[in-house]
Write a protein that binds this ligand. Structure first.
Ligand SMILES: *Cc1c(COP(=O)(O)O)cnc(C)c1O
Length: 394
């Protein structure tokens, strides 16, 4: 099976892990953790970064640090990985689900603006959601597929509404927006994940990046058991969300290869896009002109009325040919825990999600393997059953 997306561990990963073992620094303090944090801050374009046990943990603690409290609402796109909504729920808050833009598959700034104007009222320095009476405490744009949201208008709306912005840039390290790095766009804090399927992995892990030293210090305090001084004094209910030196050792070796990995991801995506140019009703993943995507995942969208059936047939056909191909995220309001979450109309999320097919895109995917994926995809999409039967409805 040609896998969808597996770690590329051809660098210093083994050597650095051996260093951890021989030095006995295997736990949550060690030289690789600090080095990793510096490398992440540099790549994010921020002055600070704190490494954590996972991206979800980082997002949870970041939301607490910007003031999300039990009972609040936090705006997030309906099309995201469930961890974005879970981090909000871990705060005792609820996601308020908004739709995405057809052009970027990220939070739509016009929809965000309309939701604030039409569905909230001013309340002190912030906003209250009229229908539920709950305070709106923050907004979490998600950089879907490593592609930044159109942040300038989103930040304008958030600023005017008094809402802190915490970005879920889980898979967007290496992406840029109008020439700026993904953590340097004006959000209070930006989260990255180093889970095994991300472009850069630490085995598992996450980080928060930002340039507001007070927020970074508060985040570090909260995620390291809220300890005061060197002894057993703690000033609040903290979390043990630290990354270990073992994870950071792998993370450092991976970060050394960030530029190479991103270049490989972009090359793979460009080759698929080129090859599928003439597939009936197939569209490439979004490439908005305001940014350079990290191109975390590659694949295609079957943009037709029968796209859900055709994309399932394509995935099954590819898997039968030894090629891993998968669907993409299922929107949050279709997930058991968020069925009743406040939401606005979600036509784009509902249209897109099950028309997406992701294809093998490991950074060390060989040219021959990609050629095989392309040939099989072309063969399958030109079979009569996979040809469009009706025109697209959206
Ligand atoms: C991977 C991912 C996460 C979760 O990160 P973990 O490190 O697995 O906790 C959150 N949000 C998005 C959009 C992701 O892709």
């Amino acid at each position: 099976m040609i896998p969808l997306c597996v770690p590329n561990l051809a660098g210093n990963e083994g050597a650095y892990l051996a260093e951890c073992v021989s030095s006995t620094f295997v736990s949550s303090v060690g030289p690789f953790v600090s080095r990793f944090e510096h490398m992440v801050a540099e790549a994010a374009g921020t002055t600070g970064a704190v490494a954590t046990a996972s991206g979800t943990a980082a997002l949870h603690a970041a939301l607490l640090v910007v003031g999300v409290r039990p009972g609040d609402l936090v705006i997030c796109p309906a099309l995201t990985f469930i961890a974005s909504a879970n981090a909000i729920a871990h705060c005792g808050a609820s996601p308020w689900l908004l739709d995405i833009s057809h052009e970027s598959w990220t939070l739509d700034s016009a929809i965000f603006a309309r939701a604030i104007t039409k569905e909230t009222v001013a309340d002190g320095n912030g906003r209250r959601h009229v229908a539920s009476g709950r305070r709106v405490a923050a907004v979490v744009p998600v950089f879907t597929l490593g592609t930044p949201a159109d942040m300038d208008p989103i930040l304008d709306v958030a600023w005017n509404a008094g809402l802190p912005v915490v970005v879920d840039a889980a898979a967007a390290l290496g992406a840029s927006y109008k020439g700026r790095s993904s953590g340097d766009l004006g959000a209070q804090l930006t989260m990255y994940s180093f889970n095994g399927n991300k472009t850069v992995t630490a085995g598992g892990g996450g980080a928060i990046a930002g340039s507001d030293q007070k927020l970074i210090d508060a985040f570090r305090h909260l995620t390291t058991t809220a300890r005061v001084g060197a002894d057993y004094d703690h000033d609040r209910v903290g979390y043990n969300y630290r990354m270990t030196n073992l994870q950071a050792a792998v993370g450092c070796a991976q970060m050394e290869q960030l530029d190479t990995f991103i270049a490989a991801k972009r090359r793979i995506a460009a080759r698929y896009n080129e090859a599928f140019h003439d597939v009936p009703d197939a569209r490439p993943f979004p490439r908005p002109s305001y940014c350079e995507s990290g191109a975390w995942f590659s694949g295609l969208l079957l943009d037709a009325a029968d796209g859900p059936e055709r994309s399932e047939m394509l995935r099954n056909g590819l898997r039968a040919a030894g090629i891993d191909a998968r669907p993409f995220w299922k929107p949050m309001h279709f997930q058991a825990p968020y069925r009743d979450a406040p939401r606005s109309a979600l036509p784009v999320s509902e249209y897109l999600w099950n028309r997406i097919v992701t294809l093998p895109c490991s950074t060390h995917l060989s040219d021959e393997d990609q050629a095989h994926v392309i040939a099989e995809t072309l063969r399958l999409t030109h079979q009569p059953a996979l040809r469009p039967v009706r025109a697209a409805s959206a």
